[in-house]
Design a protein around this ligand. Structure first.
Ligand SMILES: Nc1ncnc2c1ncn2[C@@H]1O[C@H](COP(=O)(O)OP(=O)(O)OP(=O)(O)O)[C@@H](O)[C@H]1O
Length: 292
């Protein structure tokens, strides 16, 4: 069970990805056309307001739900086209999912090492050659001293790192993490994010992290903002950038939308350093389009 062939990260991509939840009486379009490319080994934060579709996107990447339309690829897998048995194997060996709240990922009466060993059963049944020894993974995550401790005696950061060990138990090429720093203090947050980045640097693991925490966003090299079921912006080290859509439209950063509400006329002027958005002071009547 030594690590003979450490897995490197996988590329993740979506084209026109749509997901509709069919609830009784009405449908909810959670994602309405997501185009996204994540390179192998990238660490990307998914940002966006509540209800934007972040968890839905994570569940699609995890193979837990199927897309209503569009394409979704993780490495060599076309997730929308896989059989239930192929998706079972994919979930067991190719992707790790860290659910929000450390203890939701853990069996409370097992130690950190035992939790990781338990999480490896499906990958071992699938005869994966590169599943790490539980004790080695425990050491790698800095949990060597508490490998055989009860979960109750661990600090919140150690519990979260144990949950991370469970998600990494099969050494997946893609790790998905839903709010991995919620309920952690500043120091614990830095430790968990630092550990995620170290895992990616050492093993090439592709990591996608849903977060509402601006400090986490600032620590990540790349963030993608989801709004109303679409990609509305990208960030680099905490700075938000807008993406020009194929139809030439440009979603404005949320802070600017407050100053330029829907219907506002703006002039786009070239300047020496780029482009200037200038608000036109003539107010138009939304219904007639005539000046008021
Ligand atoms: N199982 C479900 N059945 C019906 N609608 C759902 C279901 N899960 C999510 N939705 C709806 O889909 C939309 C997107 O939800 P989603 O949980 O993906 O957003 P989110 O960005 O993760 O939000 P949050 O940050 O609050 O977790 C919301 O309108 C939500 O109400």
């Amino acid at each position: 069970m030594t690590e003979l062939h450490p897995r490197s990260g996988v590329a993740v991509s979506t084209v026109g990805l749509v997901h509709i939840y069919r609830a009784e009486g009405h449908d909810v379009a959670a994602l309405s056309g997501v185009d996204l490319v994540v390179r192998p080994g990238e660490v990307v934060g998914l940002l966006g307001p509540s209800g934007a579709g972040k968890s839905t996107l994570l569940s699609l990447f995890a193979g837990l739900i199927r897309p209503s339309a569009g394409r979704i690829r993780v490495g060599d897998h076309d997730l929308g086209a896989m059989s239930p048995a192929e998706l079972d194997r994919y979930r067991a060996t190719d992707v790790g999912f860290l659910l929000q709240g450390a203890m939701r990922n853990l069996i409370p009466y097992l130690t950190p090492r035992e939790n990781i060993a338990f999480a490896q059963r499906a990958a071992l049944r699938a005869e994966r050659p590169d599943v790490p020894a539980p004790a080695a993974l425990v050491d790698e995550l800095g949990l060597g001293d508490v490998a055989e401790a009860t979960l109750r005696s661990l600090t919140p950061a150690q519990q979260q790192l144990t949950a991370l060990g469970v998600a990494l138990a099969a050494r997946p090429g893609l790790l998905l993490a839903d709010e991995p720093t919620s309920q952690l203090d500043h120091e614990a947050r830095a430790l968990v994010i630092g550990t995620l980045q170290r895992v990616s640097a050492e093993h090439g693991t592709t990591i996608i992290i849903v977060t509402h925490d601006p400090h986490v966003a600032e620590a990540l090299p790349r963030t993608v903002t989801i709004r109303d079921g679409r990609v509305s912006g990208e960030g680099r080290r905490g700075e938000e950038l807008s993406i020009v859509a194929v139809d030439g439209s440009l979603p404005l950063p949320q802070a600017i939308v407050a100053a330029l509400p829907p219907g506002t006329l703006v002039r786009v002027q070239p300047t020496e350093h780029g482009w200037l958005l200038e608000r036109d002071d003539i107010q138009t009547d939304q219904a007639t389009g005539e000046p008021r």
